[in-house]
Design a protein. Structure first.
Length: 451
């Protein structure tokens, strides 16, 4: 009996062991299958990414309206330059509470545009709805995916009309300065195709196109030859038009190293403006506003040297403008030669100290514009004419040195009095007529000589 029970227990243990081994085998097979499936999915993603890169390289896709790359936006000191100050345009910042106050403003400007266009709001909106599939392609998928076509069409209709009307009436409304600044933020861009479609159905089409041209000139602070025209139909958005105007049409950088015959280029060391001046290199304004037209030449190919730089205008919009242009250049889908980024890096190498800024200002390269500058233009012109007269500066420096405080005034008057008394004493010693005392002494001396 005991032997029978022992065999039964042994049989049960063997069956349990086989079950356990079978279960472990199944688990191992499932784990291997899961690993194989994951590996296959990863390889498929790798192939798909490679195919996308090849397609993009061949097709040269249009840069999308997208969020600022994390490389810049993630920096706490830079974040403020990428966010709207007054108004949101397009889908990225749409609906944010801090910009709700500007929604009524946009509706009002859009209403004015519709009224001036000579067409009905229903007609213009229908045109945008009809083109919404094409317009949607200008945005990154993640940006526009949360809006249906009807909502996005209405948003673009209102924002597009408001932008065109704001630019057209900018000369009449000084308070538009901050709104215009928001128009050049990367995350606030609207497809230029949208603006062209709206202008096409307005009876003021030519005036609107001229307004955009003037707006781009103002934003680029044009003083030299033209680089690009805002009326070109192949612009992507307003920021892209500004980029073209400042550095020309973007192309990929050519490899020029082959021309050197394999020789290693000499190592370059950059100097600030004051160091360049000490070495006999002077900065001069270039006759163009293109930021790529920086040149160096030497008088009679000898001495001195001249570094010619485009004019630099600094105002409240300068920092946001350049930060957003740089953000646009570093977007992964934008093929360009990084003209703005290179210019800013070169300018940074020239300016190390306040004295460098002073040198640029004295050379007529750096201009500082204040808000509503024209209001005091005549006064500032008169001040500049006064300052340009050398003898006036000498007189001013004289008064500043000797009459800046009561003590210097007393010291100066004391010095004048001492000088006057000394001169008087000298004159009397040389030119004074003989007095009674002098005559008595002279007569007394004569009697002594006779005696």
């Amino acid at each position: 009996m005991e032997e029978l029970l022992s065999r039964k227990v042994s049989l049960v243990k063997e069956e349990a062991g086989e079950t356990s081994r079978r279960r472990q085998s199944i688990e191992i097979d499932e784990e291997a299958s899961s690993t194989s499936k994951m590996r296959k999915e990863n390889l498929e993603k790798l192939k798909e990414a490679g195919a996308n890169i090849k397609r993009n390289s061949a097709a040269k896709t249009t840069p999308k309206i997208q969020k600022v790359p994390a490389l810049l936006r993630g920096h706490e000191n830079f974040k403020k330059y990428f966010e709207p100050r007054v108004v949101s345009l397009g889908p990225i910042h749409h609906g944010n509470k801090e910009y709700q106050a500007a929604e009524d403003f946009k509706l009002g400007m859009a209403s004015e545009f519709v009224e001036d266009s000579g067409e009905s709001g229903e007609f213009l909106l229908e045109k945008i709805v009809g083109n919404i599939k094409q317009l949607k392609q200008y945005f990154d998928e993640k940006v526009a995916e949360k809006y249906d076509d009807e909502t996005l069409a209405w948003m673009l209709f209102v924002d597009g009309c408001a932008v065109l009307q704001s630019i057209h009436t900018a000369d009449k409304k000084d308070q538009m300065a901050f709104v215009q600044q928001d128009m050049l933020l990367l995350e606030n861009q609207l497809p230029y195709r949208l603006l062209l479609d709206l202008m096409a159905y307005s009876k003021k089409k030519e005036k609107l196109e001229k307004s955009i041209e003037n707006f781009m000139k103002q934003m680029a602070h044009k003083r030299g030859q033209e680089v690009g025209k805002a009326g070109e139909t192949n612009g992507i958005h307003l920021l892209d038009l500004l980029h073209t105007r400042l550095v020309g049409k973007s192309t990929t950088t050519e490899n020029k190293g082959s021309k050197s015959g394999g020789k290693q280029e000499p190592r370059q060391s950059y100097r600030n403006v004051q160091e360049l001046r000490a070495a006999g290199i002077y900065v001069k304004p270039a006759q163009t506003s293109s930021l790529t037209k920086i040149s160096f030449d030497r008088f009679l190919n000898f001495y001195p040297g001249y570094l010619r730089l485009p004019l630099i205008t600094v105002d409240d919009s300068t920092a946001p403008k350049f930060f957003n242009l740089i953000a646009y250049e570093i977007c992964s889908d934008f093929e360009n030669n990084y003209g703005i980024t290179s210019y800013v890096a070169f300018l940074e190498s020239l300016i190390d100290h306040p004295g460098d800024v002073k040198e640029l200002r004295n050379a007529g390269i750096l201009h500082n514009l204040l808000v509503n500058f024209d209001k005091y233009k005549q006064v500032k012109t008169q001040i500049q004419e006064y300052f340009d007269k050398a003898w006036v500066r000498w007189v001013a420096e004289f008064f500043h040195q000797y009459f800046s405080s009561p003590w210097t005034v007393f010291a100066f008057l004391g010095a004048l009095l001492a000088l006057f008394l000394s001169a008087t004493q000298t004159w009397y010693a040389v030119f004074s007529p003989p007095g009674p005392c002098d005559k008595f002494c002279e007569k007394f001396n004569q009697n002594l000589r006779k005696g």
